[in-house]
Each structure stands twice: as structure tokens, then as C-alpha cells.
Design a protein around this ligand. Structure first.
Ligand code: ADP
Length: 274
């Protein structure tokens, strides 16, 4: 007969205190395995997502070589190469942001982050895309607010929300960025009159690489990483991100971050603030 006891029997034989320890160790290991699985998934996803634009650029380059005699075709292929390389750049940037986010030491990153400046930069980043489609971007609400956090990450989060609002809006609409200071938090809301998000998709949009049916989008751009960055920034800063949306009418994303108070400023003395 078989003498090999299943591993659980080993645990059952140790003293109560010991078994609790074993359980704790097991739990710890499962968390490690889960983290490892998420990491492996992420690497697989990133590799897949990188291969798409790289493959497209290669094919387009070959097409340009073959079409050297036809300037019109060369121009067409070149412009598609530019679109694909923009996509690649955005993807690489977002992957870098995401890994920075995972490596960030929170205690060391509690700088004073000025929201007026962050919002102005975010609006600037989307200005060209907005003006091309006659979308007006309006900033209103409380001024002079600061949150405590990592300047680059807070900036990345707000930039992603504003650029999504513009990207998923139609011509001649407006996007409003509204800032509100509460006692302990600052709320940054980005309101659009765009295509909206079906209610059964809302939960999934914060997942990495998740995109609501790309066919409904004006462009094929986008990486599906933007909102996962926003969610991580909110989570790592002890904040929150909320969304309301009505398909066909628009969406509102609200990022809630801890308000910077003088008491927290001592943590920032060695940090550069902006
Ligand atoms: P993407 O790079 O595709 O924009 P995100 O993670 O930023 O990736 O967003 C995930 C998906 O959520 C998008 O593909 C889009 O379908 C949807 N989405 C995000 N923001 C908005 C918005 N303001 N209006 C409508 N849909 C949005």
C-alpha cells in the first residue's frame, strides 16, 4: 500500500501554533504565486501587444521598398508607419509608467503635487487632438489645491483621464475638468459628452489591456492600459476612482486623492515638488 501522505496530513500533525504558522506560510506562498502569475500574464500581454505594431511597421517598411516607384503609395505607407510607431511609443511609455508604479516606494513619494499644474499639463497634452475635432476642454472649480503623492504618477493618471475623455468624444462636444477640495481629499472629475460605456463593461475597463469593443472607436489607437494606470495610482495613493456613464450621452470619471496638508509636508523635504 502507499505510504505517501498527502501534504495536508503533514500540516495536521503539527501543534496548533505550528499549524497556524504553516497555514500562514501557505497563504504567503499562494499570494506570491498569484503575484507571479499576474506578472507572467502581464509579460505575455505586453509581448503580444508589442508584436502587433512592430509587425505592422515591418510589413509597411517592406511595402515601401516594393513601392519605391509609386510616391503616392509610399506616402500612404509612411503615414501608417507613423501611426503604428506612435502607438508603439504610447505602449512603451505606459508599460514604463506601470512598472514604475509597481516599484514606487510610497513613503518616499509623498510630495506636494499642485493640481492646477497637473490639470494644465493634461489639457495641453490633449489640446491638439481636441482642437482637430472642435472639442472644447474647460477647466473649472477650486484652484490652489495640492495632493500628496508622486508627481509623475498623479500627472499620468489625470492625463489618461483627459485624453480618454477627448478620444471617446465626438466633434463639437465639450470636456470639463472639475476640481474640488474637500477636507481630506481632492476630487478631480473629467466629464465628457462622448460615446459612454455600456454598464456591463464598466467593471472591466480598469483591467490591463481591456478595451470595450474597439470597433466602436474612431481610431484603432489606445493600449487598454490607461485606466489600469489610473486605478493603480488611486490605490497606491490611498485614493479612489469612480465612474458614471450613460451610453450615447457621456461619462464622468472622478479621481479622489489625499489632500496635501502642512502636516504631511515634512515627508517631502528631500523630494522635489512641482
Ligand atoms: P485605451 O487605451 O483603450 O483608451 P483605457 O484603459 O484608457 O484604454 O480604457 C479602457 C477602455 O475603456 C477603452 O478602450 C474605452 O473603450 C473605455 N473608455 C475609457 N474612457 C472612456 C470614456 N471617457 N468614454 C468612453 N469610453 C471610455
Amino acid at each position: 500500500e502507499r505510504e505517501l501522505a498527502p501534504p495536508i496530513m503533514v500540516n495536521a500533525r503539527v501543534a496548533p501554533l505550528g499549524s497556524r504558522l504553516v497555514l500562514a506560510l501557505l497563504e504567503d506562498r499562494t499570494r506570491e504565486w498569484r503575484v507571479e502569475a499576474v506578472r507572467r500574464d502581464f509579460v505575455a500581454n505586453v509581448s503580444h501587444e508589442l508584436k502587433t505594431p512592430v509587425g505592422a511597421i515591418k510589413i509597411l517598411a517592406e511595402a515601401v521598398e516594393d513601392a519605391a516607384e509609386d510616391p503616392e503609395a509610399v506616402r500612404r505607407f509612411a503615414s501608417r508607419m507613423r501611426i503604428e510607431s506612435d502607438r508603439l511609443t504610447e505602449l512603451v511609455q505606459q508599460v514604463i509608467e506601470l512598472s514604475r508604479l509597481q516599484a514606487v516606494d510610497l513613503v518616499d513619494s509623498r510630495s506636494e503635487v499642485r493640481i492646477d499644474q497637473v490639470v494644465a499639463e493634461a489639457v495641453d497634452t490633449s489640446a491638439l487632438d481636441a482642437s482637430r475635432r472642435s472639442i472644447s476642454v474647460v477647466v473649472r472649480g477650486d484652484t490652489g489645491l495640492s495632493v500628496s503623492g508622486d508627481p509623475r504618477l498623479v500627472s499620468a493618471a489625470v492625463t489618461n483621464l483627459v485624453s480618454n475623455a477627448v478620444a471617446y468624444s465626438g466633434e463639437n462636444t465639450s470636456v470639463v475638468v472639475e476640481t474640488k477640495g474637500l477636507e481630506r481629499t481632492v476630487e478631480i472629475s473629467v466629464v465628457d459628452q462622448g460615446i459612454g460605456i455600456p454598464s456591463d463593461e464598466i467593471e472591466r475597463i480598469f483591467e490591463r489591456f481591456y478595451r470595450v469593443d474597439p470597433a466602436r472607436h474612431r481610431s484603432t489607437g489606445g493600449t487598454g492600459l490607461g485606466l489600469s494606470i489610473v486605478k493603480h495610482v488611486a490605490a497606491t495613493h490611498g485614493g479612489d476612482v469612480r465612474v458614471w456613464s450613460v451610453p450615447g450621452q457621456g461619462s464622468t470619471f472622478t479621481l479622489v486623492l489625499p489632500r496635501h496638508t502642512p502636516q504631511t509636508s515634512h515627508l517631502t523635504t528631500t523630494q522635489d515638488t512641482r
